[in-house]
Design a protein around this ligand. Structure first.
Ligand SMILES: [Zn+2]
Length: 227
């Protein structure tokens, strides 16, 4: 879609946000082109405000990144976010490299670890999932440390499902790229293989309090494709 920027500089920010939300409904490419046009009007304060309004983690949903063209634009957007040290953008970039097998997996995981160490909960979850599925760190120090961080986080039960959903959406969008690697496992608890996964619910059933049930639940949310 061709975006004319002659009159963008005079639009109120609330209207710009409404327009950008509408553009997202047809994919990321139009949204990105509009953002570029806005940046050309030199309303940088508006652009920065918009980056706060549209979190990176809310933009990598399969319905928004449906085509290779959308993904290409999104990768450029993420590159800008990396330069601005936006944690969501850095996590997406490193996760993409890990899932696609680009570069040094240990180096990428170390960078995700740094984000997690700075309190970025999505990176705590990402570090655990990516380490266990893509580095095969089933019992390593890094994954034990990661699951302890997730358990100790004061709001883990509140945020865990949305964090896992964001990681799953990220993987689905990255898979639009043909180089993404599939992980073919069926996670179950090693102690309660026949019990449904728990996911930090802690009801009165004994198995719900099992660490391994919860680990299996986390991996299953990540691996299930969005409907
Ligand atoms: Zn169990």
């Amino acid at each position: 879609m061709k975006i004319e920027n002659n009159n963008l500089g005079s639009l109120p920010i609330d209207m710009i946000i409404v327009i950008m939300k509408l553009l997202l409904s047809s994919g990321f490419e139009d949204f990105f082109n509009f953002l570029k046009a806005l940046a050309q009007t030199q309303r940088m304060s508006a652009v920065i405000h918009l980056l706060e309004e549209f979190l990176v983690r809310d933009l990598y949903m399969p319905r928004i990144l449906a085509t290779q063209s959308d993904v290409t634009c999104f990768n450029r957007f993420v590159g800008i976010g990396e330069n601005l040290r936006i944690y969501d953008a850095i996590l997406y970039a490193r996760s993409r490299d890990i899932i696609c097998g680009f570069g040094n997996i240990d180096g990428h995981l170390t960078e995700v670890d740094l984000l997690a160490a700075n309190g970025h909960f999505l990176s705590m979850v990402g570090k655990f999932i990516l380490g266990i599925l893509y580095k095969k760190e089933s019992c390593s120090d890094i994954t034990v440390e990661a699951i302890v961080c997730i358990y100790k986080h004061p709001h883990n039960r509140r945020y865990i499902l949305s964090a896992l959903t964001h990681m799953r959406d990220m993987k689905s969008c990255i898979k639009v790229s043909s180089t993404a690697k599939d992980v073919d496992i069926n996670p179950t608890c090693i102690i309660h293989p026949k019990v449904a996964n728990a996911l930090f619910t802690y009801t009165r059933k004994p198995a719900d309090d099992c660490l391994f049930c919860n680990i299996a639940a986390m991996l299953n949310v990540f691996m299930n494709t969005e409907e």
